[in-house]
Design a protein around this ligand. Structure first.
Ligand SMILES: N[C@@H](CCC(=O)N[C@@H](CS)C(=O)NCC(=O)O)C(=O)O
Length: 318
């Protein structure tokens, strides 16, 4: 396991700029998933701080309108959504693997549990409790993001139910650890751990009094400690301006379009999330597979960038 290391000096960005840039903010739970995966792989990466609410003038030019966090940038290739980001990390840096027990499909499919129902339970418990302490600007922003009212009364009334939901999800983690294994898949950490862990990390960070829901169980609590100890790899700060300059100076990697998408190859398509933050992003389809789509965009200031999205959770329209 590798501890997080932050260099005690400013990096000379011309020479030591890491290839992997993660556009994130520290309190972002989906970014924590990716940071843990970077830790498992022991990678060096540049942390580009982005705002928690709109506007995001140094993110949106890269993505073409996708505003959610995290976004990974490697040169002029921009990867949206943690599900695709971790997949791309595994593709580019396969060793050590995020799938130490070999369950590649299951570990990735687990995101549909952790990123949706478990995450929603965590959000409801956190914001149900914090309700009236939440910054009105944040509320307004998240209402626009979700298209739903941020109804504090309703959230407060739902707390007992959502705590029971959360407890039931945590009980599944406890059950998986019941044979004394160190990590969810066995003796080595992987994506399954990062997926489940970031939700508990989110609760502990955002509303510590609710942490009892998982710290009361020694198996879960010790596992949380083990995942936290993995760290985040080697993180160094990179300014948003420097990240934009990287995109400007780079050429996107090559992509291929799957045969079944041949009719859309080279055509303008839009890609939009199917859950929240659904603003469509337009570009020319240049890459696709069962797992992803990639669109090329021309941006006045940056030149050509290719923006990659997962298939799962995104709607592609020609
Ligand atoms: N499915 C997306 C979800 C990302 C997501 O919801 N991120 C949150 C922050 S953790 C977000 O973007 N919130 C709105 C914002 O930061 O503008 C993923 O896996 O990356």
């Amino acid at each position: 396991m590798r501890a997080e290391a932050t260099p005690p000096f400013a990096l000379d960005e011309d020479h030591d700029m890491p290839d992997i840039l993660l556009h994130h903010y520290d309190n972002s739970p989906f970014s924590e998933k990716v940071r843990v995966c970077l830790g498992i792989k022991g990678l060096a990466w540049g942390a580009v701080e982005q705002p928690v609410i709109m506007p995001k003038p140094q993110l949106v030019p890269l993505t073409g309108g996708y505003r959610r966090i995290p976004v990974m940038q490697i040169g002029a290739d921009i990867y949206c959504d943690s599900m695709l980001i971790v997949r791309e990390l595994e593709r580019r840096f396969p060793d050590p693997t995020l799938f130490p027990d070999g369950n590649r499909g299951l570990a990735q499919a687990l995101a549909l549990w952790t990123d949706r129902s478990l995450f929603q339970a965590a959000v409801a418990v956190i914001f149900g409790n914090l309700a009236e302490h939440v910054d009105p600007a944040f509320i307004k922003d998240r209402e626009a993001l979700s298209g739903q009212p941020f109804d504090t009364d309703r959230m407060r009334l739902a707390i007992p139910h959502m705590e029971a939901q959360l407890r039931a999800h945590v009980a599944l983690i406890a059950e998986q650890l019941a044979d004394g294994r160190a990590f969810l898949g066995g003796d080595r950490p992987g994506l399954a751990d990062a997926n489940a862990y970031y939700n508990l990390w989110f609760i502990r960070n955002a509303f510590p009094p609710a942490s009892g829901i998982f710290t009361d169980d020694a198996l879960v609590s010790d596992w949380v400690g083990r995942v936290a100890a993995i760290g985040h790899g080697t993180r160094s700060p990179v300014s948003a301006d420097a990240a934009l300059a990287v995109a400007r100076d780079a050429v996107p990697g090559s992509s291929t379009v799957a045969r079944r998408d041949a009719a859309l190859a080279g055509k303008t398509v839009t890609v939009a999330a199917d859950d929240y933050g659904r603003d469509p992003i337009a570009g020319t389809l240049v890459g696709s597979s069962d797992h992803h789509v990639a669109i090329r965009r021309e941006c006045d200031d940056l030149g050509e960038v290719v923006v990659h999205f997962p298939r799962i959770g995104f709607v592609i329209q020609g």
